[in-house]
Design a protein around this ligand. Sequence first.
Ligand code: NAD
Length: 435
Amino acid sequence: MSAPDNSRDIFEDAVGRLDKALRYADIDPEAVERLKHPKQVLEVSIPVRMDNGTLRIFTGYRVRHDDTRGPTKGGIRYHPQVTLPEVKALAFWMTFKCAVAGLPYGGGKGGVVVNPKELSRMELERLTRGFIEQIADFIGPETDVPAPDVYTNAMIMGWMMDEYSKIHRRRTPAVITGKPIPLGGSLGREDATGRGAYYCIKELERLRGWTPHNTRVAIQGFGNAGQHLALLLHQDGYRIVAVSDSGGAIYREEGFDIPSLVFAKNETRRLKAVYCEGSVCTAIEAQTLTNQELLELDVDLLVPAALENQITRHNADRIQAPVIVEVANGPTTSDADEILSRSGKLVVPDILANSGGVTVSYFEWVQNRSGDYWSLETVHERLRRTMTAQFQAVWRIMEEQRIDMRTAAYALALRRIGEAIASQGTVRFFTARDS
Ligand code: NAD
């Protein structure tokens, strides 16, 4: 999934951002060197008996980037263009996301090279159980805790937990998060990523004095994260003028009735410009655009919520939105970042803006380990407090150091990771003379 701007490996591009943030964090250079290399990388082959009797071999990866602050944590994606550099980059971002969110986790990620839309449900289950069989010694509640990502969902997480529990002959809900509620999932996990981004936008609203009905929003990607964010913003009166999925974008100056779009998309799996009363939907007028055109719209707020590498050096100077909130992981390449920064755009970086998902995953893990399950209100309130506090911490560093928000988020993460590494001793400690 890491095309189209592949002049540089996506992992190298991600790691390249560390050097910029290093100046603003008191961290030993040897600790930074450590963070440039993933701790463990596993590649597996997964034989799956297909419904027609043939055998197909799928490739899967699991990467543990860094576990200084706690067990590694990160989703598993199913996508035909999954690559190892991409999974390494995603694991790297998870290390920094967990540190920015203040969670006691390091970063990990996994992926299987597959188009799940081409598999039957039974093939999908066999593939999922086969993948867990291959990585069962690599993951665990105290070592590496997976979660859903692109094209994986709660049911798949439930199969994974079940398979792991069978292999280890003990029920282990804390091995994976994002599970169905009856299997130990947390209330509030489903919309956590969108909701976390929403709390960031509420902070921007306060800081920038936005009035929701005058604020025009474009959202690229209408999946789990994009839909939930759109619903919450719509409830507050924001004008969502454009949304898209892999089939393209729709645009309407007056804004869309988001619950209608969500209803129609979930019923038909297609994004359509409709207004629904109950289950009866009527088509409404709207312009169709490409995903690239959506990114370049003249709106107040742009939310990439689909894929990596969407804003690149090829289109960054055509982005008109003054504020970009990155809900997808890695939607902006580092050279595009420079262009956006020069033209005064505010980018709320992925490692902060989409950290709501991993935060509620952490809540789920805590609940699984304690056996004490929280109300939805508790989950929402704790998520709001975490997101608001971390947003404000990053904002303060940005203002104090006069740097962009991404560099500030990396600096905050580096400070936290650096403290953890230094507390075990670095070259400064081991070469100091005892007085
Ligand atoms: P999803 O599978 O639910 O939805 C992905 C959406 O992107 C779908 O609407 C799909 O049609 C659309 N899409 C696919 N290709 C596209 C293209 N070329 N152009 C435009 N849209 C396209 O996935 P999700 O969970 O919503 O994740 C979206 C992004 O958010 C990913 O980058 C993911 O890593 C990130 N993210 C998700 C979570 C989470 O908890 N779901 C947490 C953190 C980050």
